[in-house]
Design a binder for this molecule. Structure first.
Ligand code: AMP
Ligand code: TRP
Length: 338
C-alpha cells in the first residue's frame, strides 16, 4: 500500500463555483503534478446528492457534467482515479456498517446538518442526518489518509476519524485516521462578501460562467464594508475582492498584488477599478476551463468511458477492503460463500 492515499468527493448538484475550485479542486489538480504524488481517488458523490430533492434525469446529467468540469479543471484520469460513487456499491454497504458504529450524539453535533435542516424544512430526510456516515465510508473504503476539502468539511472529517477509531476498537485495527488537507482559501466568501460562497446562497461565480456575466457579477460584489467613500482608506485583509486577487493576481504577478494592497490602503486605488482588474484576471483564467468544459460536454460517450475506467480501479480497492471488513464483523464474505 502507498504511504499516503488521497480521497475526496464532490456532489453533482450543478456547476462547480470558485469556492469549490479554490477550496478543493485546484488542490486536487496541483497534487497530481507533485513528483512524490500519492495515490489519489476522486468521486462524484451522487448518493450524497440524493439528500436533496433532485430529478433522476437531472442527477444523471449533472454527474456527467461534473465529470466534464473536473476534467476541464485539469484533473488527469491517467494520474488519478475519477469515478462515480454509485458505480461502487460498497460505499452504501460500508455506510450501513458504519451507521452501526457511529454515535448518534456525534451526528447530532454536525453543524452542516443543522444548517441544511433549517434551509430545507420540508425535506429533512434521514440521509441528510447520516450524510457524514456515508462520507466516512467513502474515505475509509480506500483507507485514505488525506482528504483535500474546504473548511466546511473539517467537522465531517473529525467524525470520520471517530468512526475509524470506534470500528478499530470494536473489530480490530482496520482503518487509518484520515486528515483534512486545507488550501490557502479554505473558506471563500460569496459575492455578498459575508456568507460562504455556496450554490444554495446564490452568491457564486460558476467556473463556466460567460465573461459578461462574470464582469457583471464582480461589478456589484461587496468589498470592504468600512470603505464608504472613494477616498476612504481600504482594508485589504477584510476584503473578499482582495482575497480573490490573492488567487488570481498573486501567483502570476506578486508585485502587482503588493501594489494593489498598498494602493487600496492609501485609497489611490478605488474599489470600482480594483474589481474591474480582478474581472479581467478571472475571465482570462477561467476562459480555458470554460472552453475545455464545452469540449468535454460534446463528448458524453468519452465521459462515460472514462468513468468506467475509474470504476474498475476504485472497485478493485473497495472490494478488497470489504472482504476484510466482512470477515472482521462476522458476516459472510464472497470468498467464503458456499
Ligand atoms: P460540495 O459542492 O458541497 O460537494 O463541495 C465540494 C468541495 O468544495 C468540498 O471540499 C467543499 O469543502 C468545497 N467548498 C465548497 N464551498 C466552498 C467555499 N465557499 N470555500 C472553500 N471551499 C468550498
Ligand atoms: N460532503 C462533501 C461536501 O459536501 C462531499 C463528500 C462526500 C466528500 N464524500 C466525501 C468530501 C469524501 C471528501 C471526502 O462537499
Amino acid at each position: 500500500m502507498p504511504r499516503h492515499r488521497i480521497f475526496s468527493g464532490i456532489q453533482p448538484t450543478g456547476e462547480p463555483h470558485l469556492g469549490n475550485y479554490l477550496g478543493a479542486i485546484r488542490q486536487w489538480v496541483e497534487q497530481q503534478e507533485a513528483p512524490d504524488r500519492a495515490d489519489a481517488l476522486y468521486a462524484i458523490v451522487d448518493y450524497h446528492a440524493l439528500t436533496i430533492e433532485i430529478e433522476p434525469e437531472q442527477l444523471a446529467a449533472w454527474t456527467l457534467d461534473m465529470t466534464a468540469s473536473l476534467l476541464a479543471c485539469g484533473l488527469d484520469p491517467q494520474k488519478v482515479t475519477l469515478f462515480r460513487q454509485s458505480d461502487v456499491p460498497e460505499h452504501a454497504e460500508l455506510g450501513w456498517i458504519f451507521s452501526c458504529v457511529a454515535a448518534l450524539g456525534d451526528l447530532q453535533r454536525m453543524t452542516q446538518f443543522k444548517d441544511k435542516a433549517e434551509q430545507n424544512k420540508d425535506n429533512i430526510n434521514v440521509g441528510l442526518f447520516t450524510y457524514p456516515v456515508l462520507q466516512a465510508a467513502d474515505i475509509l473504503l480506500y483507507k485514505a489518509t488525506q482528504v483535500p476539502v474546504g473548511e466546511d468539511q473539517v467537522q465531517h472529517l473529525e467524525l470520520s476519524r471517530e468512526v475509524a477509531r470506534r470500528f478499530n476498537r470494536r473489530f480490530g485495527e482496520t482503518f487509518p485516521e484520515p486528515q483534512p488537507l486545507l488550501s490557502k482559501v479554505a473558506r471563500l466568501r460569496g459575492l455578498d462578501g459575508s456568507a460562504k460562497m455556496s450554490k444554495s446562497k446564490g452568491n457564486t461565480v460558476a467556473l463556466g460562467e460567460a465573461p459578461e456575466t462574470i464582469r457583471a457579477k464582480l461589478k456589484v460584489a461587496v468589498t470592504d464594508p468600512a470603505r464608504l467613500r472613494r477616498n476612504d482608506p481600504g482594508h485589504p485583509e477584510v476584503c473578499n475582492i482582495f482575497t480573490l486577487h490573492g488567487c488570481f493576481t498573486g501567483p502570476r504577478d506578486p508585485e502587482r498584488l503588493a501594489a494593489i494592497e498598498r494602493d487600496c490602503r492609501s485609497a489611490a486605488l478605488g474599489c470600482v477599478d480594483c474589481k474591474k482588474e480582478l474581472a479581467d484576471r478571472v475571465v482570462e483564467q477561467l476562459t480555458p476551463i470554460r472552453e475545455a468544459q464545452a469540449a468535454w460536454r460534446a463528448r458524453p460517450d468519452d465521459l462515460r468511458d472514462l468513468l468506467e475506467v475509474g470504476r474498475k480501479k476504485a472497485a478493485a480497492i473497495a472490494e478488497a477492503t470489504m472482504e476484510e471488513v466482512r470477515a472482521r464483523i462476522g458476516v459472510r464474505g464472497l470468498a467464503k460463500r458456499r
